[in-house]
Design a protein around this ligand. Sequence first.
Ligand code: SER
Length: 941
Amino acid sequence: MIRVWFVVLMVLYNLMFSSTVAGLDNSTVPPFVNIGVLYSFNTSVGRMVKIAVEAAVADINSDPTILGNTKLNLSLQEDSKYRGFLSIAEALQLMATQTVAIIGPQTSTTAHVISHIANELQVPLLSFTATDPTLSSLQFPFFLRTSFNDIFQMTAIADIVSHYGWREVITVYGDDDHGRNGISALGDKLAERRCKISFKAAMTPDATSEEITDVLVQVALAESRIIVLHTSTAWGPKVLSVAKSLGMLQNGYVWIATTFLTSYIDIDSPLSSDEMDNIQGVLTLRMYIPDSKLKRSFISRWTNLTSGKTANGPLGLSTYGIFAYDTIYVLARALDTFLKQGNQITFSSDPKLNQPRGDSLHLDAVKIFNEGNLLRKSIYEVNMTGVTGPFRYTPDGNLANPAYEIINVIGTGTRRVGYWSNYSGLSVIPPETLYSKPPNRSIDNQKLLTVFWPGETTQRPRGWVFPNNGKLLKIGVPRRTSYREFVSQVQSTDTFKGFCIDVFLSAVNLLPYAVPYKFVPYGDGQNNPSNTELVRLITAGVFDAAVGDITITTERTKMVDFTQPFIESGLVVVASVKKTDSNAWAFLTPFTPMMWTVTAIFFLLVGAVVWILEHRLNDDFRGPPKKQVATILWFSFSTMFFAHRENTVSTLGRFVVLIWLFVVLIINSSYTASLTSILTVQQLSSPIKGIESLVNSKEPVGYLQGSFSRSYLIDEIGIHESRLVPMKTPEETMKALEKGHQNGGIAAYVDERAYIELFLSSRCDFSIVGQEFTRNGWGFAFPPDSPLAVDLSTAILELAESGDLQRIHDKWLLSSACRSQGAKLEVDRLNLRSFWGLYLVCGLACFLALLIYFIQTLRQYKKHSPDEIDSSGQGSGSSRLRTFLSFVDEKEAIVKNRSKRRQMERISYRSTSEVGSNITSNKDFSRSSTSLNRIDSPNIV
Ligand code: SER
C-alpha cells in the first residue's frame, strides 16, 4: 500500500516538477535521485542483496562527500518469477518511477529481456548476479555488469581441467541464457586448451528431481567422469543431492560447480550435515575479493545488518552481497561526477510509446532518461576502491583483474586450494601479489593445493571410464599370413602373439587401471587383411580398437586416433643384388683402353725424357745404343713400383722423376681401389637405384598384399596400378625378385623397413636401394578422442624409455640371423679366378725367357763342338749328355772367371784412384783386361 502511494506521489511529482527539473540551473542539484532495485527478494540471494543495497544507500545518504545534498531514493521491485514476461512488466513498473538506474536483475534470463527496455529508455541496468557473457555484447549497451563476467569463470574451469590433464568434460546446466551461454563460453575456452565438452546435459531450469535423475543417468553412462555443473543457487544443490543418491559423488567422479555453490554455502551457512554430505569433494569457485580493512569491517557489520531482518535466522554474506554494496557506491560516484559536470536529470516521453495502436497498456507512463547515456559513460569511468577492492572497468566493459578462489568442499567446511586470476592463471598465492610481477601462465607456474576428490581420495581421478560398462573392449587384430613375427593368431585359439601384441600387453600392464578387452581376429587367414579396412571398422563401431602392424597414415588418422608409434617403419625399395661375374681379365677393368694406352705412352715418354736429360752426365744412361734403349724401358717401367735403380743426377731429371713418381702414386692407388671395389662389392643386377628410378621405369613393382603401400605408390608416387604386383609372402617376393622383370618377375619390391629388415635378415642376395622415402610408424588405433589412446601413448613412451620396447623388438625381430653370413664373407675374399690371367702372363714370360735361354745355349753349343760330336760318329745318348754337361760346366767356369775378373777390376780401380793414378793406369788396366779377355776367348768361342 505504501509502495502504491509512493508511486502515485512520484508520478505527481514528476508531472508537477518535470519542467522544473529540466529547467534547473547548472548550480542546482536535485534533492533526490530515484534508483530502482529489481530482485527476487524471496530468495536468499535477494534477501542478502536487499540488506546490502539498503546499507549502502544509508551510508551514502549520510555521507556528505558523495552527492552532496542529493539523496538516493531506493525503489524496490520484486522480480517474483525472475524470468520472462512478468519480469518485463515488473521492469516497466519500476521505470515508470523515473529511476536513473536499475540495480538488477538477478538472473541473466531477465537481464536479456529487460535490456531491450533499458536500451529504449536509456536507463542503465547494473547487475552483479547476471553473469552471462553474452550480456556484454554491443546489443546491450545499457547493461553494465558490476561483478565478474562468466567468461572468466569458464576460463578458470578450463584451466583447472587442463591443469589436471583431463581432455573431456560433461556439462550439466539449466537450458536458459545463463546456462547455455556460460557453457558455450566454457566450450570455447576448453577448445583453446585442446579439451572439449563431450556431452552437454541440459535441464529445464529449476528441474524436478525426476528430470534431474533422467539427465544424470545419461551422464553416468557416458565416458567422461568430469562434470561441470552450471546452474543457479536456487536448484543447483538439488542436482548434487540427486547425483549423490545415484552414487555419482563416489570415487572416480569429479564435480566442478560454478559460483552458485559458494553462494549457496556462504549465504545458507552453516549447512546441515546432510547438505554438506551431498557436496563432499566438489570443487567450486568464488569471486575473489582481496582482503582489506573495508572488507573486514563490512563482514563484521553484516551480523548487525541482518539481525532481525530475516525470519529464518541469520543470513550469511556471499561475495554477491559485497558486490551489491559496492554497486550502489559505483552508481553514487558516477552520479556525483555526472551532476558535478553540470548535467541534469530529465525525462521525456517516447513518441513511439505515446502512440500505442489502440491498446490499453499505458506505455506512455514510462519515460526516456534523456541523460542516460551520459550516466552510463560516467559509470564506466568510475575508479574507486570499494569493499570488493580496486574497482574500475577495462575498455571492453569488464571489471579489471577478475579473479576467483578455488574451493574444495571437505568435511564440515570448505578449503581454499588456490586462486585463479586472469593475470597469471592458477596459483596458491593471492592474485594481488602477482600483479606486481610479469604475468606467467607457464605450465610450471600453474599450481593448486591437494584436492580431496569425491570418495575422499587425494589421487587425481582418471577422468573417464570405459563407456560400455561391464562389456569387454573388442580389439580387432589382423590375421597376417606373412611376417607373422609381428602379429599372428595362435592356432585354434583366440589368442594372438607377436611383437605388436607383446608391446600392447606391456603397455596395458603399465596403465594404473584394468582394461577389459578381448582380441577379435580380422581377415580370412588366407590373405593379408587391409589395415585401412580394419581401422574403418572402428569408426563403424564394429571394433573398439585395433592392435597390430597398423601403419599411421594420413588417411587413417582422419578416421581414428593413434597411440604414439611403437616402431618406426618408412617405405623402402628392395632390389636384387649379385656379384659381377669375375673373369680372367678383370685386372684390366679399372682402366679404359684409352687410359691404358695413355699410361703406357707416358711411361715411355718419361723414360725418353729422363734419358735425354741424363745421358750426358749419368753413366747409368750411357753405353751402347741397345743398352741405352733397355735402360730407358727398364727405368720407366720400374718407376711403376718405385723400384728403379738408376740414379738421376741432373736437376731437371730429378724434377721430372719427382712429378712422375707422384703421378704413378696416384695411378697406382686409384687402380688398387678401383680393382678392389670391382672384385669385392656386390653389384645391383637391377637398374632400379631408388624410388625415383622406379617412377621413371616401366617395370613391374611388388608390394605387400593388404598394405597401405599400394595406395601410396599410386596416389603419392604416381606409379600406374597396372605395374603393381601384390606379394603375399616373403618367399613369393624373393622368387619374383630373383626372376627379374624380364622373366615375369618384378624389378623391385616396395615395403616398410620393419618387414624388409626381417626379409633381408635371411636373404642376402637382396638389398635396400636408395633412401627410405616415407617416415611412418606403427600405432594402435582407437576411436577419435579416446582417452585410452592417450594413456597408452604415455605407456609406450615409458616402455621406450625403460628399454623394454627394444627388448621386445630383439625378442621377436632379431632371432633369425642372416643365414648367408658365411657366404657374404666369402664374397669379400679375392679368388684365383680374378687373377689367373696375370699369373698366365707372368708364367708365359718365365717360360719364354727359359725357352730363349735354352735355344741360345743350344745354338752356341752346336757352333762350338759339331765336329767333336760328329767325329765320334756314334756318340751315344749318355755320352752326348756328358759332353753337354761338361760344356755347361765350362760355361759356368767362364762366367765365374768373368765375375772374378770384374771384382779384381773394381779393386784395382779403387786402389789406383786411392794412390792418385792417372788415366794412363786406367788404360793399362783396360789393356790388361783386354788381354784377359783374349786369354778367355778361345775357351768361350
Ligand atoms: N603395415 C601395413 C599397413 O598398415 C601392412 O600391414 O597397411
